[in-house]
Write a protein that binds this ligand. Structure first.
Ligand code: SF4
Ligand code: SF4
Length: 287
């Protein structure tokens, strides 16, 4: 078992295993550096079943938002531009450095965050940030009972969160305004969208037990897109375009929609909080 917070297994122990030796590997985290990339290939080789565990491994999750910026821009910010940085010599982490005891190495920081399946074949996905405990238990039981579904599947219900939400009482939703959470005392019985608050429920898989909704907080989308959807943010924008309207009878004009959308202060963080690294357009524009 390679679980650094629980056991001190060394990489060398894993390398010495025969290929396919591990029945199952739950791979946690996205891939941003050379060490993680090496581990992804190593654990793929040594595992019969590889599960992308959690939103980071599945879609890049919040670390994937760094893909809006280049590697150089991130390093400039962290080691030069932040007001609290005191680094007059402009020192940067180096992959290799000589010290009196010998040479020490650091993993190389890559230009982008990648979900696990951008590097190796993934057998199953266990979504969520974090994955809900009942789904983890189901997955482990399925592994031991030998009743895993066909490879490539997301180990999670297939419905959208809205289909599972008690607030979903009005089929003719209308969103007349876009507001931020702190601007509204949200009614706990009314759909967030109808209160002007963006909730990713229409574009997100259920299976989390409605953790945020039950706490009167809108869904931000951690369970990933609904089945058949590759780009969760695009799906959500499409859903919004159907309900963003100021008038009951007719759709809003382009000007009205533009005004409403100006209320979304952080489009990447709102629509792609978990899925930017796996999105169709997954980079920021340079300059
Ligand atoms: S948008 Fe959110 S609050 Fe509204 S029905 Fe869907 S999950 Fe529930
Ligand atoms: S409500 Fe949305 S953000 Fe919250 S746990 Fe469920 S899927 Fe994740």
């Amino acid at each position: 078992m390679l679980w650094p917070v629980a056991m001190d297994t060394k990489y060398e122990h894993i390398r010495q295993m025969p290929d396919g030796h591990m029945d199952v590997c739950f791979f946690n985290g996205s891939v941003r550096n050379s060490e993680q990339e090496e581990l992804a290939h190593l654990l793929r080789r040594k595992s019969s079943v590889l599960v992308a565990f959690g939103s980071c491994a599945q879609h890049g999750c919040i670390p994937g938002l760094a893909n809006l910026y280049s590697r150089e821009r991130i390093l400039d910010t962290v080691y030069r531009d932040e007001p609290s940085v005191d680094n007059p010599d402009g020192v940067r982490p180096a992959p290799r450095a000589a010290v009196k005891e010998g040479e020490v190495t650091l993993p190389e920081f890559h230009d982008r965050v990648r979900p696990l399946d951008r590097l190796v074949a993934v057998d199953y996905y266990l979504p969520g940030c974090p994955p809900p405990v009942p789904l983890i238990v189901d997955a482990v039981e399925a592994v031991f009972a030998g009743r895993l579904p066909g490879r490539g599947q997301v180990l999670c219900p297939t419905k959208a969160l809205c289909d599972d939400c008690e607030r979903n009482t009005n089929q003719a939703k209308k969103m007349p305004d876009v507001r931020r959470v702190y601007e509204v005392a949200a009614d706990p019985n009314v759909c967030f969208l109808e209160q002007g608050i963006i909730c990713m429920g229409p574009a997100t898989r259920t299976g989390c037990g409605r953790r945020c909704i039950n706490g009167n907080w809108p869904c931000t989308g951690c369970m990933g897109p609904t089945p058949g959807v590759s780009d969760q943010g695009a799906k959500m924008m499409s859903a919004l375009s159907a309900i963003l309207r100021v008038d009951d009878e007719q759709r809003s004009t382009p000007d009205q929609v533009e005004k409403l959308l100006a209320g979304v202060k952080d489009p990447a963080g709102t629509f792609y909080m978990y899925g930017l690294a796996a999105a169709t357009v997954a980079r920021g524009r340079r300059g």
